[in-house]
Unconditional design. Structure first.
Length: 330
C-alpha cells in the first residue's frame, strides 16, 4: 500500500524542514548559503551539511518516530531545492542517502516521554524544590526553563504553543496545536490574565518573547530539547526513586488540576486547554485532588465555541456552577 501525504501534512513537513535548516545554521558557525525556492530565500549552512548534522547528531537525541518525521521534513526541503535547481542531482542523492541510513536514538538512552511516565502534578513543596534546583544549575538554559514552567502553570499552554503565542492587553492569543486533526475547538483560543499580578504577567511575556525569537531564528528544536533535558536530569537527581518525573508538559497538567480544585466548570476548563471535548481534560489531565485553589481566568467576555460534554464524575466546588455550561457566553 502506498502511503500518501495530504496537503496539511506536506505543509507541516515543509515548516518543520525549514525550522531544522535554520536551527543548524544558527548553531553551526558555517558560512551561509542562500537557496532560492520560488520567491522564498532559504539562508542555511548547506543542504548536505544540514542533513549530515541531522543524521549524525539530531537523530540520536530524539525517538525513532520523531526522527521519521524530521527525516520526511528534510527530504521535502531537498526535493524542492532540486526542483528549483538550487542543488544538483548528486547533492540530492547524498542528502537522501545519509538520511535513509539512520533510524533515530535508542529509547533506553532517552528520557521517558510516554503519558504514563509523566508526572501530571507536583506538590507545592516539590515545585519549590525543582525550581530551586534549576535556579542553582549552571546551565545556560536554567532561567529559560524556569520561565517556561512558570508560563505553562499559569496559562495551560502546550509547550509547542509558545512558538507563536501573543500577549496583548493582558490576554494571550494561542494557536491551538491540535486543531488540524480535529482535537481542538477551533484555530485560536484567548486566555485572559486579569486574575494574575503584573509580575507574573511580565514573566509570561518574557517567556513568549524568548520562544517567539527561538522559533523565528530556527533555534526552537535546540531550545526545546535542552530545557526538556534539564528538567529530566535535575528531577532525576532530586527524586531518584520516582517513577513519574515532571516534564515541560507537567505545568499544563497542574494548570488543569488547579482549575478543577478551584471549582471551574468543565466547559471552561476544556476551552482553556484547547480541547474539543470535556472528556479529555477530565480523564487525561491533572486531578482535582492534586490541584491548588487559586483565581482562574475570567471568561465572561470570551465567546466559547461548541464543546462536547461527556458524562463525568467530576463536580465543581461551586455548587452554583453548571458543569454542562460555561459561566457566561456572549
Amino acid at each position: 500500500m502506498k502511503i500518501t501525504k495530504n496537503k496539511s501534512t506536506k505543509q507541516e513537513y515543509l515548516q518543520k524542514g525549514i525550522s531544522l535548516f535554520k536551527s543548524f545554521h544558527g548553531s553551526s558557525g558555517l558560512k551561509s548559503k542562500i537557496y532560492t525556492i520560488g520567491e522564498f530565500k532559504l539562508t542555511c549552512s548547506g543542504a548536505y551539511e544540514t542533513c549530515q548534522w541531522a543524521a549524525n547528531e539530531l537523530s540520536q537525541s530524539v525517538r525513532k518516530s520523531t526522527w521519521r518525521k524530521y527525516r520526511c521534513s528534510l527530504r521535502e526541503i531537498v526535493k524542492l531545492l532540486l526542483r528549483y535547481k538550487s542543488i544538483d542531482q548528486h547533492e540530492y542523492d547524498r542528502c537522501c542517502n545519509i538520511l535513509l541510513n539512520v533510524t533515530g536514538g535508542e529509547n533506553k538512552n532517552l528520557p521517558k516521554r510516554t503519558s504514563s511516565m509523566k508526572a501530571k502534578s507536583l506538590t507545592k513543596k516539590e515545585w519549590s524544590e525543582l525550581g530551586d534546583k534549576i535556579k542553582k544549575s549552571k546551565s545556560k538554559w536554567s532561567q529559560m526553563t524556569i520561565l517556561w514552567i512558570h508560563c505553562n502553570m499559569h496559562t495551560g499552554m502546550r509547550p509547542c504553543e509558545s512558538q507563536n503565542a501573543v500577549l496583548e492587553d493582558k490576554k494571550i492569543i494561542i494557536t491551538n496545536a491540535k486543531n488540524t486533526n480535529g482535537r481542538s475547538h477551533g484555530t485560536l483560543r484567548t486566555i485572559p490574565l486579569n486574575h494574575l499580578d503584573n509580575k507574573t504577567i511580565h514573566l509570561i511575556n518574557e517567556h513568549l518573547r524568548i520562544s517567539n525569537n527561538m522559533y523565528e531564528n530556527g533555534e526552537w528544536e535546540n531550545y526545546y530539547l535542552n530545557c526538556r533535558t534539564l528538567i529530566h536530569r535535575l528531577a532525576k537527581k532530586l527524586w531518584p526513586k520516582k517513577k513519574k518525573l515532571p516534564t515541560l508538559y507537567t505545568g499544563r497538567h497542574q494548570f488543569a488540576a488547579n482549575n478543577k480544585a478551584s471549582g471551574n466548570d468543565l466547559v471552561s476548563i476544556a476551552y482553556l486547554l484547547g480541547h474539543i471535548s470535556t472528556k479529555t481534560s477530565v480523564n487525561h489531565y491533572g486531578r482535582k485532588k492534586n490541584g491548588n485553589k487559586s483565581r482562574t481566568p475570567d471568561l465572561s467576555n470570551i465567546t466559547i465555541p461548541h464543546i462536547k460534554v461527556k458524562n463525568s464524575t467530576y463536580k465543581p466546588n461551586n455548587v452554583n456552577s453548571d458543569p454542562n455550561k460555561p459561566k457566561i457566553i456572549k
